[in-house]
Design a protein around this ligand. Structure first.
Ligand code: NAP
Length: 259
């Protein structure tokens, strides 16, 4: 299926690895020119070179922390006319509610709520003027079913989700869609990091705990970043123009509810 995106221009935040990279690759495959971001120069440059070589699209990079206001300004300036925005950032660390103080909460809110809101605010006027835009926020399955050790994520992402529920309807009549994509367990560096403490507490290896987690999923495996990217690209497509304000779970069937 041709998604009708050739020649569009996208900012994909936090995209040198993992799910952000999966989204960048899927968009590049559809002929979308990209501005990518990440904090580690080499990883970001290698990813950009690889995507450029494989898909023949323009790929620019802006190195730095996505929560940094100066970096955000640089990213927006480099991108110019933005047709697609994929919001993403690293997830907050695991822990217990007793450990988190005001600074921890501010950091989580900055990364996973305020930054995506700021970037949406910046790109929306142009999208509305052109009567076309697609915004996808990478959030988490934790929005639908909270994960106790990821309380910072549960809280910050719920705030973003509430805001997007209202905003998406406000701009729906202007040709702009905003949707949240909720990953369950995906095979990225992030999941390995989050099970490290569980493995240490249980006296098991990280691989053992990862295998146990895979077997708990109805599909018996983790998702692949390429699968996530394909879903993201579809949400950005011409064909998905009537889908907005949705929270779309992609978790191999892990969420046990009927709806
Ligand atoms: P990942 O494999 O750790 O990749 C994170 C990517 O974001 C890397 O490219 C990283 O590069 C970049 N990054 C991290 N923090 C950044 C920052 N502050 N500014 C700019 N770039 C940053 O993570 P992932 O699995 O793709 O997860 C992406 C998001 O989905 C996270 O918010 C995560 O919590 C959420 N999520 C993931 C899963 C899962 O199973 N994987 C499940 C639910 C939710 P640098 O480190 O070089 O900056």
């Amino acid at each position: 299926m041709d998604l009708g995106l050739k020649g569009k221009r996208a900012i994909v935040c936090a995209s040198s690895r993992g799910l952000g990279r999966g989204c960048a690759e899927a968009l590049a495959e559809e002929g979308v020119d990209l501005v990518l971001n990440g904090r580690t120069e080499k990883t970001l440059t290698d990813t950009a070179n690889d995507i450029r070589d494989r898909f023949g699209v323009t790929v620019e990079t802006v190195i730095g922390d996505i929560a940094d206001e100066g970096l955000q300004a640089q990213l927006l300036e480099r991108a110019g006319e933005v047709h697609i925005l994929v919001n993403n950032a690293g997830g907050p660390p695991p822990g217990n509610y007793t450990d988190w103080d005001r600074d921890d909460w501010i950091e989580a809110l900055d990364n996973n709520m305020i930054t995506p809101i700021t970037l949406m605010k910046a790109v929306l006027p142009g999208m509305i003027e052109r009567k076309w835009g697609r915004i996808v926020n990478i959030t988490s399955g934790a929005v639908k079913a909270p994960i106790p050790v990821l309380g910072l994520s549960n809280g910050a992402r719920a705030g973003l989700t509430g805001f997007v529920a209202g905003l998406s309807r406000q701009v729906a009549g202007q040709g702009v869609t905003i949707n949240n994509l909720l990953p369950g367990p995906f095979d990225t560096d992030r999941i390995r990091k989050t099970v490290e403490s569980a493995a240490a507490a249980q006296g098991k290896s990280v691989d053992e705990v990862l295998e146990a987690r895979k077997s708990q999923n109805p599909m018996g495996r983790f998702g692949e970043a390429s699968e996530f990217g394909a879903y993201c690209a579809f949400l950005c497509s011409q064909q998905a123009g009537y889908v907005t304000g949705q929270n779309l779970l992609m978790d191999g069937g892990a969420y046990p509810g009927t709806l």
